[in-house]
Design a binder for this molecule. Sequence first.
Ligand code: MG
Length: 371
Amino acid sequence: MNDLASYAVSSKNSRGRCIKEPPPLERSEFQRDRDRIIHSTAFRRLEYKTQVFVNHEGDLFRTRLTHTLEVAQIGRSVARNLHLNEDLVEAIALAHDLGHTPFGHAGQDALNKCMKKYGGFEHNLQSLRVVDVLEERYGAFDGLNLCFETREGILKHCAKKNAKKLGKLGERFLANQRPSLEAQLTNLADEIAYNNHDVDDGLRSGLITQEQLEEISIFSRHLAMTKKQYPEILGRRLIHETVRRMINTLVADLTKQSTANIERAEIHSLKCVNAAPQLISFSKKIKHEQQELKEFLRNNLYQHYQVARMSNKAHHIVEMLFNIFNEETQLLPTKYQAKAHKNKYQTIADYIAGMTDRYAIREYKRLITIE
Ligand code: MG
């Protein structure tokens, strides 16, 4: 790892783990966090959870797992440029979507609706719940016992009413303070990853076209650059050359603008970071372009009728599962029945949120059909 800036998170200035453990011998505290996340069950499930396209729709679309790896790759690049803690960024990135339900946002919306009367369902809070409570792997504790800064980055944001229940981790929301630069940056690496891979996947699926995207400034600008350099190339190769240029521009812009922000605010310690406004950001021009692209993707891809049909089915499956278990907890697997005794709704939500797309479909069939 490169030299850390004075305002980076380090093993030394970390606020530590909930349960004290001896320091690792051959790795940093955040490498240990990263390793624990990679070995978790929830991490392996990401392979079969939807990003935008449901897993069986095609082999080449992003899944939650490949999305997660792209976030980690982009995040690490920016972290290295800014002399921030790459291991922490990698750990946050790899865990940032662990709490996602099956079927992407449709699944989350459905579960949130079912849980409305019982405190709601929010995937960031659920990601934290996975690493704090739900993983059962270690003798000495439930969850992964990750460092404060990793947990802070995973939580990302939360409503004030939830912050009060989170102890130390919730304090900054009540005090209106910012998380580490590593957490801020992973959040934007997530945005860079999904905007770009959704362009790529959207074009691959045929739900959006290159002609439509040529109206969007960030895409058309980079398409023109690519065509100028390689007038001969077409199809997927042209798209890939364009998308990689967009990612490069965004990474470079984020690095440059954030460096300027940090300098201007005279940041020299982690404490200053917490008290300052958000310091990791794109320039005005890029922010504007990203907004335009996001709106385009929302109107033309995420709300495309073919995606909406799938979302509708997903909504139905999640709602049916919730209602069936709510009506009759005896239908839950044994392990969950014991937990449901103590906290019925949370247990049902944990069980459903942990499902992969195909597990949810199978479970749904098992519950409603006789073969
Ligand atoms: Mg994500």
